[in-house]
Design a protein around this ligand. Sequence first.
Ligand code: IMP
Ligand code: MG
Length: 170
Amino acid sequence: LISKEVLEAKTKELAERISRDYKGKDLLVVGVLKGSVIFASELIKNITIPCEIDLWQYLVMEVSETTGVVRILKDLDSEISGKHILIVEDIVDSGVTLSYLLNYLKTRNASSVEIASLLTKPSRRKVDIDCKYVGFETPDEFLVGYGLDYAEKYRNLPFIGILKREVYEK
Ligand code: IMP
Ligand code: MG
């Protein structure tokens, strides 16, 4: 669906915007494990202003229509208070998990919280999420590669591909 070259060019463009927007601010880039690792590292490499990085990992326990019960597997190590946080995601789908993370961070006195997501599937949204930096809008297909997995496989593909339905519709 999206080639390595196109992904890298778009990531560079987003990193330039981020570098401009956060100039002179205390920026903390938070990669959400595991899906964002490739996008996050590509993005961080191209950010030209001083910043800190951290990682966050959750496990979804239960999801209803608009809320999810999420267990935190790896919390942030950094001091959050007073920082400008940029959450880096691979894809925003229903928006349920990100809305949980946003609410959680709001209780911890960050100066600001914004989202950078490589992909978004707007047609699937259940919770309204304001994503400041978005790479690509994608159709409602199961996507793999560039960090995105199906049963933990395909994360290492250097491009974004559409998983054939016969793989998961058995
Ligand atoms: P949601 O926005 O709370 O529904 O969850 C988004 C998370 O689900 C993403 O961060 C991905 O880890 C995963 N996800 C959603 N759509 C896909 C997909 O097409 N391929 C692989 N993972 C996906
Ligand atoms: Mg994810």
